[in-house]
Design a protein around this ligand. Sequence first.
Ligand code: G
Ligand code: MN
Length: 353
Amino acid sequence: MDATLAPETRSPAPAPAVSWSLIRIAQAVALLLAGWLIARRRTSLEVTGSLGIGRSAGPSEDAAPSLLRASLIVYTGNPDLSAVSRHRPGKPQLPVSEGLNVLSDLPRALSTDELILHYQPIVSLGDGSVRGAEGLVRWEHPQHGLLGPGSFMQVVEQTGLIAPLTRHVLDRAISQCARWRDSGQELSVAVNLSVRNLLDQDLADDIGSLLNRHSLPPDALQLEITESMIMTDPDSSLRTLVELSDLGVELSVDDFGTGYSSLANLRRLPIDQLKIDRSFVTPMLKDESDLIIVRSTINLAHDLGLRIVAEGVEDRATLIRLASLGADLAQGYHLSRPLPVAAFEDWRRHPVD
Ligand code: G
Ligand code: MN
């Protein structure tokens, strides 16, 4: 009997180990990078370098995946910011197998208009009017076609690329909203933030400049954050949220009900609205416990002086029930899927009742 395993049942070859001499070389390079920078003679900045080592699986493997692993490890493998770390099997896996190299393609995409927004309408449950739209990023990749955020955001969020991507999305959303307002449509626009954005001390200033540049009133912009983002670093997040709120932009808690934020924490935050997660809203007419969660969340939000948006409204019966429960706004496939700008404007002329 042949004792060798059939190829498909064989476990994948282990990634080659990184030799200690390679690590020593990397450590020496990191030491050379470290130093002090005296800025304008007054402020001194400590400069350090982080190196990631990603070995290729063999001579046949393209360089891109190992470079990607190495760059990613700089950001993800280094929680204590030790200068050198190695990619190990089992660390976050990237969609490199699909041939998409996010880290090398995204900088180009940011400068060539490949990253666009689709807009999903948000409608008032009081009078059915369209109040605004959530801008959702899409990547029109020249080789891979139209990509949703699921194909690239996980990688982007783990790297420094999240800052330019968020700036790009904000710029698009703000300029689009300003155009709508110029044509007499009093819409607002919502943009999703990532956890790293809340640790970025320049965020509020940068958003202020974008609003100025496009002459958009700050309260026409809503920024969506999740409970888990706030819990990652509550103190730094709170500082950024207060700055954003002082700027006059509105803050929403997205996917509300799926995280672990306590009421005490929520009360500390300068938020304006809760978006109740679609996992409660979509099935609420079939599942009594979901209905109870939706109803009590609406009451909780109102008692705290917050507006409530129901996400994931997939049929008319749910829309009507939400209105009778007193929810303020609704979003979901029953109203519309996220649409490219032209289709959104077309939809506005023929909305669903
Ligand atoms: O996390 P956030 O709520 O920002 O996610 C928005 C995502 O939810 C988008 O990708 C959008 O396509 C999706 N979405 C919006 N409305 C619905 C809906 O009614 N049903 C489902 N299943 N998904 C929705
Ligand atoms: Mn959202």
